[in-house]
Design a binder for this molecule. Structure first.
Ligand SMILES: [Fe+2]
Ligand SMILES: [Fe+2]
Length: 262
């Protein structure tokens, strides 16, 4: 179990965005939501956006700006003002778990997730949401991979320094630098898209496009490794990174793809 998100109610998502970006946080896409929880009469209508440390990933500040005046979040804002709303914990085995503290109507599932809200009167006044990402095996028997759009493209370069000017020219923002035993690395961001540059420490003639990284949800690392072995997909790794685990998989012509298990 780990903290997945800390949900806060805000008056203005625009203001929250300015604050979190000034703190150096990255953001997810803004979404407009009309979630209706079982047992609630009005939907939770809000504009939502996640903010997170680009190096750590989780946990995410999930900012919610209520829409309309009648929903539970609008009521929360009117009665208590902006601030902490609930904490979301990512866990597994929720479907089979016995959860004595679950507010009965507040257990629900979709194709993608199971969510349960615990009764705050049993948890010291704190609203806790248990969250399990759920992806059933597909009808064709393939594993339940759920990939998101590319997280980054990895490029091998001769030297990092001249690329700084090039990527700034293109409108990218420098994000992070780092190194390991083999490479010096720099990351640049253009909105939600990242480019990761690698400068080999040992002289190498291999430069240019290297890999695309795809974030993967709904399976843990062991499940992904089992699926790769079962389908005889060559891979290297896993490599633990902050907030995610990287597995390099190789396509039929030996091209490299990176799966980021989160
Ligand atoms: Fe939540
Ligand atoms: Fe990568």
């Amino acid at each position: 179990m780990r903290i997945h998100h800390i949900a806060i109610v805000v008056r203005s998502l625009q203001e929250a965005r300015k604050t979190y970006r000034r703190m150096g946080m990255d953001s997810t896409r803004e979404v407009r939501t009309q979630e209706k929880y079982p047992g609630d009469t009005a939907p939770h209508a809000y504009l939502g956006q996640g903010f997170f440390d680009p190096k750590q990933g989780f946990p995410v500040f999930w900012a919610m700006q209520p829409l309309g005046r009648t929903g539970p979040l609008a009521r929360f804002l009117a009665q208590r003002g902006p601030g902490f709303h609930h904490v979301g914990l990512l866990c597994t085995g929720l479907a089979r778990a016995k959860l004595p503290f679950v507010r009965r109507p507040h257990f629900f599932r979709t194709d993608r997730e199971i969510r349960a809200l615990l009764d705050p009167s049993r948890t010291g006044g704190m609203l806790i949401e248990l969250l399990e990402r759920k992806f059933a095996a597909r009808p064709d028997g393939l594993p339940p991979f759920c990939l998101s759009a590319a997280d980054h493209v990895g490029v091998r370069v001769g030297r990092l320094a001249p690329f700084d000017r090039f990527f700034r020219f293109l409108g990218f923002t420098p994000e992070a630098v780092g190194e390991d035993s083999e490479f010096r690395m720099a990351r640049y961001r253009l909105r939600g898209f990242h480019v990761a540059l690698f400068e080999p420490k040992k002289p190498s003639s291999a430069v240019g496009f290297d890999h695309v990284a795809l974030p993967l949800e709904g399976m843990d690392v062991d499940q992904v490794l089992r699926a790769l072995r079962r389908f005889k997909i060559p891979f290297r790794g896993p490599y633990r990174l902050p907030g995610e685990t990287s597995i390099k998989v190789f396509d039929p012509s030996g091209g490299e793809w990176e799966l980021l298990v989160r």
